[in-house]
Design a protein around this ligand. Structure first.
Ligand code: 5GP
Ligand code: ZN
Length: 136
């Protein structure tokens, strides 16, 4: 996609601090890191959501994420990390070219996913689980 910011980074038209590239992916540092060493893993193909990715890209993405996460942990000294992905504006997606975040984490870094959990009424969980099963 012509003016998609991540397509432009993939094509090298916009500079980035690259950490990895292969035939399917480019990975680089997030310009506004949640913690230093925050990496974005971006498929070369333009797809808006994880559910839009071709199967061959999907199959390679998680093994690559695990590999990059190990390298982020080693390089930053942060013992832990989040693997994170947004799909759609309400989920926090700002760049509509699918990407995975690898965010190094340490105790007391202040990052919180603040969630007030909902609860299920009588029979609701079973009905919803059934609906999801039907879609698979
Ligand atoms: P999202 O909210 O869509 O899941 O995450 C998009 C991420 O892309 C954000 O964390 C943001 O800081 C990062 N980002 C946006 N524009 C650029 C850019 O031009 N260069 C880099 N390296 N990161 C970017
Ligand atoms: Zn794109």
């Amino acid at each position: 996609m012509g003016d998609c910011i991540f397509c432009r980074i993939v094509r090298g038209e916009i500079p980035s601090a690259r950490v990895y590239e292969d035939d399917l992916f480019v990975a680089f540092l997030d310009i506004r890191p949640v913690n230093r060493g925050h990496v974005l893993i971006v498929p070369r193909v333009h797809a808006e959501r994880v559910t839009d990715l071709p199967e061959d890209v999907l199959a390679r993405e998680l093994p690559l994420a695990a590999r990059i996460a190990r390298a982020v942990v080693a390089a930053t000294g942060c013992p832990d990390f989040n693997l994170f992905n947004t799909n759609g504006a309400p989920s926090g997606q700002e760049v509509f070219h699918h990407h995975l975040h690898v965010i190094p984490r340490r105790v007391g870094d202040g990052l919180r996913m603040s969630i007030a959990p909902e609860s299920y009424g009588e029979g609701e969980a079973a009905a919803l689980a059934g609906g999801i099963r039907k879609g698979l």
